[in-house]
Design a protein around this ligand. Structure first.
Ligand code: NAP
Length: 501
């Protein structure tokens, strides 16, 4: 068994941010457990054609590792992945990574005050466990009868089959979310027939993407404060959107007008327009941006199907109206297990309680990061830390600040563990859910992955992100039970910790 102070799961934006900040602080006794053979998380896995970020590049990057060389205002996936690899290399993270170590299970050993993390290549005992697994890591396949009887090639957008030759193929695409709207225009010109199975029409705004000129890049390199200024301007600009999402959903109606124009400009066929016009308030589901999605759907080889799929057969897809469409390929653009992430099955806290069991009424954490009954565990991009309007990297860095401050307490020999107090966890989440009332996510008339089966939004932060930055600036030891060495009882805040409050 390998003993380490901190074990981090994953090497996406979250895991890397954690590792870099620890290195900067001089903490070196840590490992990053990575199931794949390279860093990058979702930006390594989502290699489908057209994959790109819909948050501007200057903001969708680490504040402590600006990249003056972004080539476009919205970066394509290969560039973001390259950025993550380079940053990890430059910051000396690679030696800490254990590639090919898929975490199978993590158990809290109460007696030893250690997380016992079992991976496919060995066991690690860590005082602190940081999950950087992210909510969008496990592809979700639709629950459709006969899916496994399909004889053609079928794959999920996050597991793209680059060997697949689309030329002349009859292709079914299931889903019309952020991923599908990016790859559909890429494959449409190649295929013979594209059957796009749409359950809910999304709102699609124009994508204001442009190349970043060589002059701009030179300026950013020569005057780093200029790039910081641009980043800040993007951040504050996007921060204003939150008012529409959370307080005044009516404000988003202006956006609906833009999106309708975007649709009507590209699609002249009235029937098709009707199918593609959303029936819920903009913002209720993620607002998508694209300039080529609607034009692709207007092409003669595309068929937008709104009838529900009832069955998949060996060589076809059948819909509720009884139509059977023969296809050679199925692509699932059906999203991820966001409200039932894999950590729920793998992580076992105090008394052997499975995280999924602790969360059977829904995901809940203190400040989106720590979970009652799961001592010394920090979940990056945990419950209610996702965003619909701004950069998730900002939230990750806020959480990492919090963890870094907590590590000052956990670095002390006499501190065995910290565990958020149940009353504080509930109070925090009551406040979050109160703020959630009236948001477009709950009132906009849609079903989305933001909501759990009980209809609670346990994925998004319900207000300005700077408020989250504020509450994560310092580790608030008074909200935790802290167990000291040679004591069996979880005690309240030890005297020693008053200094770190
Ligand atoms: P998604 O947004 O969850 O969309 C899944 C799509 O599949 C939806 O259209 C959904 O329909 C449909 N679907 C699911 N099950 C179905 C079924 N049984 N039958 C028919 N349709 C079904 O997934 P995603 O597009 O992969 O995006 C996931 C998240 O990844 C995004 O919200 C975003 O946060 C992130 N992402 C970001 C970027 C970026 O640019 N930064 C790009 C791609 C993805 P309903 O709408 O009816 O549920």
């Amino acid at each position: 068994m390998h003993e380490v102070h901190v074990a981090v799961i994953g090497t996406g934006f979250a895991g890397l941010a954690m590792a870099i900040r620890m290195k900067q602080r001089g903490i070196t006794d840590f490992v990053l457990l990575e199931r794949a053979q390279e860093v990058g998380g979702t930006w390594r896995d989502n290699t489908y054609p057209g994959a790109a970020c819909d948050v501007p590049s200057h903001l969708y990057s680490f504040s402590f590792a600006p990249n003056p060389d972004w080539t476009r205002s919205f970066s394509p996936q290969p560039e973001i992945w390259r950025y993550l690899r380079r940053t990890a290399r430059d910051q000396g993270v690679y030696p800490h990574i254990r590639f090919g170590h898929d975490v199978e299970r993590a158990d809290w050993d109460e007696q030893r005050g250690r997380w016992i993390v079992r991976t496919t290549q060995g066991v690690f005992a860590a005082k602190v466990l940081v999950s950087g697994m992210g909510p969008l890591c496990e592809p979700q396949l639709p629950d459709i009868k006969g899916l496994d009887t399909f004889q053609g090639n079928a794959f999920h957008s996050a597991r793209w089959d680059h060997e697949h030759d689309f030329a002349g193929k009859r292709v079914a695409v299931i889903g019309t979310g952020a991923s599908a709207i990016q790859f559909v225009p890429q494959i449409q010109p190649k295929v013979a027939e594209l059957h796009l199975f749409q359950r809910t029409a999304p709102w699609v705004m124009p994508r204001r993407d442009r190349p970043i000129t060589a002059i701009e890049r030179t300026l950013f390199r020569a005057f780093p404060p200029l790039q910081r200024l641009v980043r800040a301007a993007i951040y504050w600009g996007r921060e204003t959107y939150v008012i529409g999402f959370t307080r005044q959903p009516k404000m988003l109606r202006m956006g609906e007008r833009f999106a309708k124009k975007n649709l009507f400009r590209a699609v002249k066929d009235r029937e098709l327009r009707k199918k593609l016009l959303p029936t819920f308030a903009m913002g209720c589901k993620r607002i998508l941006i694209s300039n080529d999605y609607y034009p692709a759907l207007a092409q003669s080889n595309v068929d937008v199907v709104t009838d529900r799929i009832t069955e998949v057969r060996a060589n076809s897809v059948v819909t509720a109206d009884g139509t059977e469409r023969p296809v050679d390929t199925i692509i699932y653009g059906t999203g991820f297990h966001a409200t039932d992430p894999p950590a729920m099955e793998k992580v076992y806290g105090k008394g052997g309680v499975r995280l999924g069991e602790a969360w059977k009424e829904g995901m809940e954490a203190y400040k989106g990061t720590t979970i009652a009954g799961f001592p010394n565990l920090f979940m990056l991009v945990g419950p209610n830390t996702g965003l619909g309007h701004n950069s998730i990297v900002f939230m990750i860095e806020s959480q990492v600040n919090y963890v870094m401050d907590a590590l000052k307490v956990l670095g002390r020999e006499e501190v065995v563990d910290i565990d958020p107090r149940v009353d504080r966890v509930h109070k925090f989440n009551e406040r979050v859910q109160k703020q959630m009332k009236g948001t477009v996510w709950l009132t906009g008339g849609c079903e989305s992955w933001y909501l759990d089966p009980k209809g609670r939004n346990t994925t998004l932060w319900p207000t300005f992100t700077w408020t989250y930055r504020q509450i994560t600036r310092k580790f608030d030891a008074h909200a935790y039970s802290i167990r000291l060495r040679a004591t069996t009882d979880a005690t309240a805040l030890p005297k020693a910790d008053k200094a770190v409050r």
